[in-house]
Design a protein around this ligand. Sequence first.
Ligand code: ATP
Ligand code: MG
Length: 438
Amino acid sequence: MRLSRYYLPVLKETPAEASIVSHQLMLRAGLVRQASAGIYAWLPLGLKVLKNIEAVVRAEMNRAGAVEVLMPTIQSADLWRESGRYDDYGQEMLRITDRHDRDMLFGPTNEEMITDLFRRDVRSYKDLPLNLYHIQWKFRDEVRPRFGVMRGREFSMKDAYSFDLDEAGARASYEAMFAAYLRTFARLGLRGIPVRADTGPIGGDLSHEFHILADTGESALFYDKALEDIASETMRDVMPGDPIIETLQNIYAMEEGQHDPEACPVDAASLSTKRGIEVGHIFFFGTKYSDAMGAKVQGPDGGEVPVQMGSYGIGVSRLVGGIIEASHDDEGIIWPEAITPFHVGIINLRRGDADVDGASEGLEADLERAGLEVLYDDRDERAGVKFGSMDLIGLPYQVTIGPRGLKDGVFEVKTRATGEKQTLSPDETRNFITQAFR
Ligand code: ATP
Ligand code: MG
């Protein structure tokens, strides 16, 4: 992709409306623009990252046996009256009346709709277990939308719903999702910290939130320091049954509201208190919706049983901000390789010089042939501007091509995360970068 033909409106100044670094960088690097409070337009670079995150989430859901569907954003209020949540949900729900005076709403979540789909088509225990998920925009009329996409009103969520015949089955489904979440966050280059969450009026012990650590996080976490030593990379392949799951579920980790200093089993010296961003939440809620909405299956002995359900959310658009909070420096964003919008940036230091243009275009073509996405800065701009915007947008590798290096037949290759620079021949450059993404 030629930058001269792309749409990358970077800002020199830090926008005053953004108070945290991820929001500032998302505006400066041209990832999003606010449309109205808590509602954002995604610009090309931001959209690429969002899609890349979706792809990782989708791959791990599929690997866990969940099946993708797509439910609409607009729902009928009638379903929510059946569950009793139409009145309970309060002002966060955006209520809409259509031209026939029917009550509709912009879905804040999908338990009712999925339970309705299930009860219409699934009849027998033989169809279980079943896990259906979608990645769809939600709307919650948050009192205080803030921090950019991290607490928006319109936001993208992956929500999965499990259906099982009995509680043992539901617990196994829960464990499968727990494992999938560990894999997902590890693949995104993050350390996803599971903390025990409140199950509210439903009771039981089966709810976890997954947090990424950041000083700007809205939640205060209290956890056993040992948790941080459990390396995230090793989670990439965690499958159900792995003892790490039980370890993580039993280690002390609580949100502020759940943490009782008096009753805490971990001594002060071994306790970490840090702030976290909630990026996922999983929940077993039994027959709450199936009872209310009559979602039953025929059991093995012929009788009808209400189905046992769980729900599993990941904040896909929140993750874009969350990842930046976890991965940036003074110059800008540092994208994890798994979700970077382009794999490599090429900086042409003298546009119009036939040799430099030729070498830049040659490398672009070679890397694209190798299946990589390349952002080629072919703009007629000062070197400083080009270096600045390349650092700001955070591609993992940068190749600078100029007349001086070309005299010796070399490019300069910079690794964004470490700042390390190497002088390499065109062949070496190609090998180095293609190897990095093997
Ligand atoms: P929070 O406590 O942050 O308000 P929640 O507990 O209400 O979130 P859930 O219903 O558990 O949210 O939704 C699942 C996931 O969706 C959350 O873990 C979070 O990552 C994401 N999410 C929730 N609300 C928002 C929002 N307003 N903007 C962006 N992402 C959100
Ligand atoms: Mg939650």
